[in-house]
Design a protein around this ligand. Structure first.
Ligand SMILES: Nc1nc2c(ncn2[C@@H]2O[C@H](COP(=O)(O)OP(=O)(O)OP(=O)(O)O)[C@@H](O)[C@H]2O)c(=O)[nH]1
Ligand SMILES: [Mg+2]
Length: 130
């Protein structure tokens, strides 16, 4: 399974419905070349959903700090520590040091998108913040 995908370059847009709420999602890539896109997309966003590969946490923490710096102080960030189905996945508590001084609304959820776990809990946290 791993290795059959390419990094997202540019961005994809779609509209999804949660109950009565219509939410426009912009999916952009995590590689360094895409960070300039974050700067423009994320600053206009009502919220950011940041998906971290929990088996490669050290590569993501500086990107997460960078995203935190781009955003307005009230913009909520929902963080998924994804790939919890893998044995070496870091638990949400591993991000406490990084986020302890954040004043914006944020939450960290473990997830496994491969096993369809954690997504709903995270989105239920986020919706009241939109
Ligand atoms: N084991 C496991 N693999 C996953 C999970 N979610 C995604 N993957 C795999 O991780 C790889 C990368 O997935 P992508 O969806 O391309 O990740 P992305 O965050 O969009 O990556 P960028 O666009 O480069 O930022 C693929 O091989 C997926 O199948 C998960 O929960 N568990
Ligand atoms: Mg992608």
């Amino acid at each position: 399974m791993v290795g059959d995908t390419v990094p997202t370059m540019g961005f994809d847009k779609c509209r999804v419905f949660f109950g009565h709420a219509a939410v426009d999602l912009y999916d952009t890539g995590g590689v360094a070349e895409m960070h300039v896109v974050w700067n423009t997309l994320a600053r206009d966003a009502h919220a950011v959903i940041f998906v971290v590969d929990a088996t490669r946490l050290s590569q993501s923490t500086s990107s997460l700090s960078e995203m935190n710096r781009y955003l307005y102080s009230a913009t909520p960030i929902l963080i998924f520590l994804n790939k919890q189905d893998l044995p070496n996945a870091a638990a949400p508590s591993h991000l406490q040091g990084l986020t302890q001084r954040w004043t914006r609304p944020f939450a960290v959820f473990g997830s496994s998108f491969a096993a369809s776990e954690g997504l709903n809990a995270g989105l239920e946290w986020l919706l009241p913040h939109l």
